[in-house]
Design a protein around this ligand. Structure first.
Ligand code: TYD
Length: 216
């Protein structure tokens, strides 16, 4: 189903500054100089009432079997897209979202060895809704930069963060027209300037709309 709005998603590892950059972008898009757009800002997991319950279940409920975890994120996503994101896009809004199915592909698919199945489940859950633009905020994990004197747990955390980073970078490399990778290890202003330019470019008239079907 075609949508008239614009769907931009932020992805990246934990602590790369997505929240701050989303706030800055949303403020710009709503301002007269940014086009006075109608903007809906949301996140996964937990963008709806049901999603908040699913978020509790997946994030604070103790051990969750990997496949159950993947399905809880997918359930959150299915409900979120059907009840909030798609209606907003159909009403012509710009939807700015913190995390989407790339987080599942990287965290559940890559980290937990569930492979491409996670991607298929997400596409089914969302009826193939693909973002117009995905902004990957990229930063070398802090612990990898410290390197020396890491204990076992710190080393495992650093390795996990590096693997997640590589996962987002390879998704972006797979489809460069639909992704922008921005170096997030800079000032808030510098990162924001690049985010704003990338979003303006992608929203400019004449930019071919990203495919919105699962078959793309
Ligand atoms: P959150 O507290 O929203 O923080 P942030 O997005 O700023 O890191 O945490 C969301 C966590 O959920 C994050 O560690 C990534 C994880 N996650 C998945 O594992 N799979 C998913 O599909 C999504 C959307 C998130």
């Amino acid at each position: 189903m075609a949508s008239r709005g614009f769907f931009v998603v932020f992805e990246g590892g934990d602590g790369v500054g997505k929240t701050t950059q989303i706030e800055r972008l949303v403020a710009l898009l709503r301002s007269p100089e940014g086009g006075a757009h109608d903007v809906v800002t949301t996140r996964e997991p937990g963008g709806t009432d049901l999603g908040r319950e699913l978020r509790q279940a997946v994030m604070h409920g103790g051990h969750v079997a990997p496949r159950a975890e993947a399905l809880l994120y997918a359930a959150d996503r299915a409900h979120h897209v059907a009840s909030l994101v798609r209606p907003a896009l159909e009403a012509g809004s710009v939807v700015v979202q913190d995390r989407y199915f790339d987080s599942s592909i990287v965290y559940q698919g890559g980290a937990r060895g569930l492979g491409d199945e996670v991607e298929r489940i997400s596409l089914w859950a969302t009826e193939g809704l693909i973002p117009d633009l995905t902004v990957v905020l990229d930063m070398e994990p802090v612990a990898s930069r410290l390197e020396r004197d890491l204990d076992r747990v710190e080393r495992e955390t650093a390795e996990h963060a590096s693997a997640m980073r590589d996962g987002f970078l390879s998704l972006a490399a797979r489809d460069p027209g639909r992704y922008v990778v921005i170096d997030a290890a800079r000032t808030i202003e510098a990162v924001h300037a690049d985010v704003a330019a990338a979003v303006a470019d992608a929203m400019a008239p004449g930019t071919p709309p990203a495919a919105k079907g699962a078959d793309s």
